[in-house]
Design a protein. Sequence first.
Length: 214
Amino acid sequence: MSSMLPSNVPQFETTRPPRKDRPAVGGIVITVILALALIAIIAVAVTRLSSGSLSRPSAATAPTQGTSPAEATAAAGPPADATTAQAIQQVIQQVDQAQMQAIESNDPNVMADTATQEFYQEQVATNEDLVSNGVTDIKLVNIEWGPITVNGDTASATNYETWTTTFSDGTTEQSRDRNVYTLVRDNGTWKVQADDHPDQSLTPTAPSGPPGAP
């Protein structure tokens, strides 16, 4: 007697095994391509990193050290027009002349008109330091003008000043220094607010002039 199959199983399944689905060839190819591309990208990145060809901040974009506030102001503002530049130069020359006169006459009040109150007090202290170190006379020999910039009511002027200093024993010394002046406009008049000396060394060296020289 022949065996009976369950009614829900077709007769041909007893003689032919069920067919298994074959994996799609296209999917395997895409997977391999993506894997190779990823490996290539990683290899290129490692090679460029080891050779130093990846972009780095240039000297122009890297932060600089030792930049004074006055220099930062000069870099931020546009160049002064001819009339303004001339007015600023005159104020700085008046400040220098007033300091020479104050040493000669022992009267600091002559320095008050062209300086802010804070800078005037600094000038008074500087002159007192000069005199206490035996300075009897200072003379401005030459001024070489650099850039002058204006940003609203604030200005910056750079110059190179050459000074001769005379001591009580009759000896003289001459020094040339870069000055970065900061000025403010007060009721339409420019006044010196600060005088920076960015080139002065922070380490002790043999001085070219007395402490606090202009």
